[in-house]
Design a protein around this ligand. Structure first.
Ligand code: SF4
Length: 475
């Protein structure tokens, strides 16, 4: 992707023609001015013969089934399966990015890039009964043309579109998203303009204005802030976030304070202390926000939804898993009727389960949760000429009946899904793969992380970046 490979070029929108075949890109507030043969800051939009082109159209990391909680979305179809799509490049360059191997295009490895058409993406979702496509990971902003075209097709097929982004995007581009995107999960890195300039290489106000723009358009909006140890995990950040959400959006907008882990250029530090996250949550609640949660924190009540009216538990969560237990189909408290501000699906999207494998002929692999690694991506491929079924089940929790969840695969199909620790007692996951299929496991470190290295191929380092430590490349 570092080479400007024109055979991948796709006409890009939001172009301004300048003199001497120079173009300006109006997709992000950076408004890069790009000379012929050059690319913009994101490295995936370029000037080819005097025209703005996208170099990553249809180029994606592997489509992956996850849950909606992965995207810091707690008030829309809790527990819903989503199809996560991520690409290459970013309009920011955050010092702690945990997807830096795909967001910073110069580090991308060709083995991690797959090609999809809009029709194929929608087809995968339909085949697997997935009702939400999530545009996520590196950042969907720099995939604009592919996102808009695919989301439009998905919408026509009755599929919901979720946009998980740092939202450093122009107002013009947002107007093109509004007709096709239903849910916006926006990561506001800080409320400090100097922080934005220094740590993200972007700037703050367009992010806030964009968030207001989609909220005013009536979209489902949730916001999150990564609380970086000793940098943005203080009371001031929590207060500023609560002021923004309560003042410029609404106190009912779900707000997430997210635990940071060292990564990319920021490895000489530690994970955010949990008491600081709990303190931030208390501040935001005291300032009047109605739904405040912690992210990347397990074994806490601060991910549970309780009724603001009567205190009844409405949704229980553990990590990336959720269980509605006290909501009506209209999203009201089933005990007292208070509006809990939820949108729910009318039909279940859960996979079918079986008590036992249908017979011999399976290879099994088990993965134990360890340290802060409590989720794994499983990638499977059906190399046979007939339909096959892959199974997965959790083990170790005596309270939970161990049943196998089924994942049907078409001949030749490659599929990837997340298995995330779902109870305190659970110890790991077992995957059963029929002969004729292959599989690989990839450790997930915190939510919305797309791992590129297989288990066994990298070093483990319990509480810091789990796989090969960042080594700056010679330029
Ligand atoms: S998307 Fe942003 S960073 Fe990329 S070329 Fe356009 S203006 Fe520049």
């Amino acid at each position: 992707m570092t080479d400007t490979t024109w055979h991948n070029a796709h006409p890009a929108r939001l172009e301004e023609q300048l003199d001497d075949d120079v173009v300006r890109c109006h997709l992000s507030p950076r408004n890069c001015r790009i000379r012929p043969g050059q690319h913009g800051f994101c490295m995936v939009r370029a000037n080819h013969d005097g025209h703005l082109v996208s170099l990553n159209y249809g180029r994606s990391v592997h489509a992956t089934e996850e849950t909606i909680e992965t995207e810091a979305v707690f008030h829309y179809a809790p527990g819903a399966r989503i199809l996560s799509m991520g690409n290459v490049g970013c309009m920011l360059n955050c010092d702690y990015c945990h997807n830096w191997k795909t967001s910073q295009a110069r580090y991308i490895d060709g083995k991690d890039v797959y090609h999809y058409t809009p029709e194929q993406v929608v087809d995968i979702a339909k085949q697997h009964g997935i009702k939400v496509i999530s545009w996520t990971y590196n950042d969907p902003v720099v995939w604009h043309e592919f996102v808009v075209e695919t989301a439009r097709l998905a919408k026509q097929a009755g599929i919901v579109n979720l946009y998980k982004s740092a939202f450093f995007i122009s107002g013009e581009a947002i107007e093109e998203l509004i007709p096709v995107i239903d849910i916006f999960s926006i990561s506001i890195k800080s409320l400090d303009p100097a922080y934005y300039r220094k740590i993200t290489k972007g700037w703050l106000e367009p992010v806030l204005e964009g968030t207001e723009q989609v909220f005013r358009a009536g979209k489902h909006v949730e916001v999150s802030t990564l609380m970086v140890t000793d940098l943005s995990d203080d009371e001031k950040t929590a207060q500023a976030m609560a002021e923004f959400v309560g003042g410029r959006l609404s106190p009912r907008v779900p707000t997430h304070f997210v635990r940071f882990h060292p990564d990319y250029k920021m490895t000489d530090t530690i994970r955010t202390p949990i008491e600081r996250l709990e303190g931030a949550r208390r501040i935001a609640l005291d300032m009047g926000l109605q739904h405040v949660y912690l992210g990347n924190v397990y074994d806490t009540d601060s991910t549970t939804t309780t009724c603001r009216g009567c205190g009844a538990v409405q949704v229980t969560r553990y990590g990336l898993n959720a269980q509605p237990v006290g909501l009506t189909s209209e999203g009201l408290c089933s005990s007292c009727g208070t509006d809990a501000h939820f949108t729910l699906f009318t039909e279940t999207d859960r996979r079918t389960t079986v008590a036992q494998l249908p017979g011999p002929g399976f290879d099994t692999a088990s993965f134990e949760w360890h340290g802060d690694v409590r989720a794994v991506h499983v990638q499977v491929r059906n190399d046979s000429s007939q339909a096959e079924t892959v199974y997965q089940r959790r083990f170790g929790d005596p309270e939970i009946a161990e049943s196998w969840s089924t994942i049907p695969l078409r001949p030749g199909e490659s599929f990837r899904f997340i298995a995330a620790k779902s109870t305190i007692g659970e110890q790991g996951v077992t995957v059963a793969v029929p002969h004729g299929c292959t599989s690989s496991l990839h450790e997930v470190f915190d939510r919305a992380h797309f791992p590129t290295v297989e288990v066994g191929a990298g070093s483990r380092n319990a509480d810091v970046t789990p796989l090969p430590v960042f080594q700056p490349r010679a330029r």
